[in-house]
Design a protein. Structure first.
Length: 65
């Protein structure tokens, strides 16, 4: 299971028991988008080899509102 916790500076991730942080700048570079336009599904695709994408993708900007 993968857990994502978003804030204005990046994402705290727990992936297969390992905790790490993806900074806002890294996500913007990886997706070529503004951090607030990146979706949770895109973050999962960066983190996991075969992510379990359920439901509609949500923009970081919407999650933080």
């Amino acid at each position: 299971m993968t857990t994502l916790a978003f804030d204005d500076e990046g994402v705290d991730v727990v992936y297969e028991g390992t905790e790490f942080r993806l900074e806002k700048d890294l996500l913007e570079e990886a997706t070529e988008k503004s951090y607030y336009d990146v979706t949770d599904h895109e973050v999962l695709q960066i983190v996991a080899e075969q992510p379990n994408l359920q439901g509609e993708p949500r923009r970081v900007g919407d999650i933080l509102d």
